[in-house]
Unconditional design. Sequence first.
Length: 409
Amino acid sequence: MSSAGKLAILVGGGPAPGINAVISAAAIKALNEGFEVLGVQDGFKWLVRRDATKVRPLTIDDVSRIHLRGGSVLGTARENPTKSEESMMAVVETLKQLGVTHLVTIGGDDTALSSSTVAERSDIRTVHVPKTIDNDLPLPAHIPTFGFQSARHVGVELVQNLMEDARATRRWYVVVAMGRQAGHLALGIGKASGATLTLIREEFERETVPFAHICDIIEGAIIKRRAMGRQYGVAVLAEGLIEKLDPSDMEDLMDVEKDDHGHIRFAEIDLGRKVKVELEGRFKQRGIRVAISNKNIGYEVRCCDPIPFDMAYCRELGNAAIRFLLSGGSGAMVSIQSGLLVPLRFEDIRNPDTGRTRVRNVDVTSESYRVAREYMLRLNYKDFENPAWAEKLAQAGNLSVEELRRRFA
C-alpha cells in the first residue's frame, strides 16, 4: 500500500451527467497525491455480497479523458447496505479486506446515508459527492447538484422539439419529467423551453391532491389556448405529483414495484397517459376532439454527455473530495460555494425525524418561481372579470359561462 493509503471510488443511485468527470478528477488527484486508487463496480452491490472481484485498480490513463462522456465507467446500482446490519458489516469488512483506507462515494441522498454509515462503523474515511438530476439535495439555494444543468439542457431540447411537433400537428403533449420529491427539473425544463404550463408538487399545499384537480388545471389551459385560436400546447408535469395524489386515485396503481429504498418505481406509473385519457374523455363528452399525446422524459437525460458547466463543476467536486480527505476530514458531503470547498457534515443535512438526508424543494415563494408562473398559461380569476372574454372561454370549452365559472373560477 502506498504511503497515502488506498482510496476506493464507487457510484450509487441513478445515473447523472458528470459522474465520469468526478471519477476522473478524484482519481487523478488521488494518484498524484500518492494514493492507490480502486474503482468499485456497481456501487455497493458486490460489496454487500462480499465479492471483491468487481474492484479494479485505476490509473491516470484509465480516466484521463472519461470526463467528456456520459454514463458511468464504474456502473451504478441502487443497492442499499443500510437496510440490514449484516449488509453493512459485509461492506465494511470487504473494504477492509481490500485494504481501503479512504472512500469516495458519488450519489444522491441514499448513497450519502450509506457513505456516512461506513464512516460511523469503521476507521475508513469517507467523503460524498452529491449527484442527482433532481437537484433536491440540501445545498444552498443557488448551488445546483451536478448533472442537473446537463439534464435540463437536454430536456429543454426534447421539449422544444415536442413544441414544434405540437404546432405542426395541432395536438397537445403531456410531458412527465423526473423528480421524485422535488420539481426542479420539470420547472427548469418548462421555464427554459417556454412550455405552456408546468405543474410541480410544491405548488399544492395540501397533503394530497385529487387527480381531477391536476386535470382541471391542464383542461383550463387547453380551453384558454383554444379561445386564443391555438389548438396545441405542451404541459410539463413533475413525476413527484404521483406521491401527492389522493390514495383513492391510486387504487389501480398500488401494484407498482418499489426499489430497495422503498421508493415507488415511477417508471411503472404512467401519469402522463392517465392524464391524457382523462382529458380526452372530458372534451369528447362535450363534443370536442382534442388530440393529446403523452411523453416521459427521464432516462433520455440521465446518461447524456455533460455540458461544459458540469464538466468543469464536476472536476472541482472531484478535486475537492480528495482535498477534504487529505485534510483529515471524513463523514461529510463536499460542496463548492463561492469558489471554495465547503464540507457539509452528514448530521447537519439529515432530517432529525427520519434520519434521512433532507430534501431541497422548489421554493414557490421565490422570485424564480414567480417569474416561471407569470409566463405560464393558466385560467385564473382575471379571466372571469371581462364578460366577453369569459363567453369566449366558455365557447372554446363548449360550456355555458355558468358551468365555466363553477368549474374553474
